[in-house]
Design a protein around this ligand. Structure first.
Ligand code: ADP
Ligand code: MG
Length: 635
């Protein structure tokens, strides 16, 4: 089809209008009343020029620069052939319908394609920055730096990603997550670019410049992957190319054949032109992208970003889903539930040290500890050179020596004795325990509890209802915690895997993949290998870590697990519509070709069948644009 030449795109409706008008004049002259001489010819000339020349030019350019034979060229050749054998009106009908359907098609596809780019428009131009001397100033958002303070008035859009530091109020995040219910934000909460501050005055500390903020990341995700075409899309591209050449050559051969069996030249040319139109694969070529683009766009509006059509198509075939626990099935907003200080140190000292270490982590546990310290107005200890061992914890140095915070595995590695009687109660509770120590000495421990997301139960239930083979939980957390959460979510005992290192998750995903395609859903650094290993990696888009996002093929901007189930349903529906479209397009083409070969099909009918079929498959694909991914079915 024609390339995205923006000037031609903008002119397309005008050209189509001219073509149809020219054709109308000629039709009136032929069938209604005889117009003054010359009018009909002028009308036809306009139709041919406006309908044929632009497509011919783009097609020739494509042929010249990319050595690709565009289907548009076939249409122009057929129209010229019709004119050549004294049937210019038929040729004009062909050009008018062709021009009309490709303009509609472009419009529709453009709509589907622009879903994410539309976000760009949501960016405010400027923001109110509070300077160090207390004055405020309107600055372009490109000038905002990490650490700046921005004042948000009610109704203002959040200019860049940041953290609320003052004020309390609701933010409408629907532009990013697709969730229509506003989210209440207190100091410490993250605010995402392009969301809307509804009713309060909030101060925001800038966390990321605009070039790294949410919208830029979403756009990067989607555009980076546009080359990742779905297998069916590759098929229809390939087919379109080969087949177009075959149709051209075939029509010439049939022309020679018709002449050979005694038809006169004009008749033979007319029938060859009819065949050319009948056999052109426009509908086949457009049927897959029409469905995929619509689905990608519907998903994006619902807060699910696919990196290209391939991921969408693979998701439709997935047999089992594996989930990370912390931050994925659970809220990622854990709470500190207990604190034990050993050897005479005070609880506050322990918490301050913990907070100092956890300052350097994005983990939900770290977040809980930082918030707890903040609530008690503690100043986090100064800890430097912090390194993170995924699924274990953190080590660093506070000037006096090595300090660390993490799970049993880390404590054991540091040589700490965790047999202290004050800790006995902690270890069999169904809570996550974070040990904190200095060198090989255990200083204390904190317990942290997280709870399932409100949407996790229903989301899993919906996946189960769609006949998912297996739903599995994989976590680096301890077994009692894993089982408590797993039970709440209705997972089977055998499907709960605990105490895993990142490599164990990869191995488990690999084992699952022997029974069919696997999707892995995760948020953390420790999930990135499993995300990459799975057939479809799905990352928590807003709350998750950057590494996870990069390893994944799908990003859940909304942390609503029901959206995940809805996206899965959408992918299956897309696969079904693609099958329908391909079957229909190939079938219709066959019927038309048989008609052209054996039944003397008139050219206008071939044109009607061909263009009608193309429009039908596009419309069928566009149905996906209205898929209710925003409003998952209630259970
Ligand atoms: P999940 O696989 O459920 O997302 P993780 O693999 O991220 O969990 O974490 C597993 C365990 O490792 C946690 O339960 C915790 O004990 C420990 N851990 C990981 N990161 C940290 C951290 N920043 N601070 C303390 N403990 C941590
Ligand atoms: Mg996690």
């Amino acid at each position: 089809m024609t390339t995205d030449d923006s000037l031609l795109d903008r002119l397309a409706p005008v050209l189509t209008g001219l073509t149809v008008a020219g054709l109308a004049v000629a039709l009136v002259d032929r069938f209604l009343l005889t117009l003054p001489p010359g009018n009909a010819t002028a009308g036809l000339a306009v139709a041919y020029l406006a309908g044929g020349v632009p497509s011919a030019l783009t097609a020739l350019r494509e042929l010249w620069s990319e050595r690709k034979l565009d289907i548009d060229l076939l249409m122009v050749i057929a129209a010229l052939a019709a004119a050549g054998v004294g049937a210019p009106l038929e040729g004009a009908v062909l050009l008018a319908l062709f021009s009309l359907s490709s303009t509609l098609e472009h419009r529709a596809m453009g709509k589907a394609r622009r879903a994410v780019e539309a976000l760009m428009a949501l960016r405010p131009q400027s923001a109110l920055r509070r300077n160090a001397d207390g004055t405020t100033e309107d600055v372009p958002i490109a000038d905002l730096r990490r650490g700046d303070t921005v004042i948000l008035r009610p109704g203002a859009r959040v200019p860049v990603d940041g953290v609320v530091i003052e004020g309390e109020g609701s933010i409408d995040e629907s532009s990013i997550t697709g969730e229509s219910v506003p989210v209440h934000k207190r100091p410490g909460a993250k605010a995402h670019e392009a969301t809307v501050n509804l009713n309060a005055i909030l101060s925001l500390r800038v966390e990321r410049p605009v070039s790294d903020s949410t919208v830029a990341r979403m756009i990067a995700l989607v555009t980076e992957a546009q080359s990742m075409k779905a297998p069916s899309e590759r098929f229809s591209d390939w087919f379109g190319q080969r087949y177009t050449v075959a149709v051209l050559v075939g029509s010439i051969l049939f022309f020679l054949f018709f002449v050979r069996i005694g038809l006169d030249m004009d008749d033979a040319l007319y029938r060859a032109a009819t065949l050319l139109v009948a056999a052109s694969p426009c509908a086949v070529v457009i049927s897959v992208p029409a469905a995929i683009l619509s689905a990608l766009s519907a998903a994006a509006r619902g807060g699910v970003l696919f990196k290209g059509g391939a991921a969408l198509e693979t998701l439709a075939d997935v047999r089992s889903f594996a989930f990370d626990k912390t931050g994925t099935l659970t809220t990622g907003r854990a709470e500190l539930t207990g604190l034990v200080a050993l050897d005479g140190s005070g609880e506050e000292d322990i918490l301050a040290l913990l907070a100092g270490i956890e300052m350097h982590s994005e983990h939900p546990i770290a977040d809980a500890i930082r918030r707890a310290a903040q609530d008690r107005s503690l100043t986090p200890a100064a800890v430097a050179e912090v390194t993170n061992t995924p699924s274990e914890g953190l080590t660093g140095s506070d000037g006096l020596g090595t300090v660390w915070a993490g799970n049993l595995r880390l404590a054991a590695r540091m040589g700490a004795d965790i047999g202290h009687s004050a800790l006995a109660g902690l270890q069999d509770g169904a809570q996550t325990v974070v040990y904190v120590g200095r060198g090989n000495r255990l200083l204390g421990a904190a317990t942290v509890a997280d709870r399932p997301r409100d949407s996790s139960y229903d989301g899993l239930q919906a996946l189960r209802a769609s006949g998912m083979g297996r739903l599995v939980m994989m976590t680096g957390d301890r077994r009692p915690v894993a089982e408590r959460i797993g039970r709440d979510l209705g997972l089977q005992q055998g499907e709960i895997h605990a105490d895993l290192l990142p490599g164990d998750k990869v191995r488990l995903v690999a084992a699952l993949s022997e029974q069919g395609r696997v999707a892995f859903v995760g948020d953390g650094v420790n999930d990135s290998a499993a995300l990459a290993r799975a057939d479809v990696g799905i990352a928590m888009g807003v709350a998750g870590s950057e590494v996870a996002l990069q390893a994944a093929e799908v990003a859940l901007m909304s942390d609503n697990m029901e959206r995940l189930a809805a996206a899965h349903r959408l992918s299956r529906r897309t696969a079904r519509i693609i099958r329908q479209n391909l079957t229909f397009a190939l079938g219709a083409m066959m019927v038309l070709v048989v008609g052209g070969l054996f039944f003397d099909l008139p050219l206008p009918l071939a044109v009607l069948g061909h263009e009608g079929g193309t429009v039908l498959v596009v419309l069928n694909g566009l149905r996906l644009l209205f898929d209710p991914i925003r409003h998952p079915a209630r259970h």
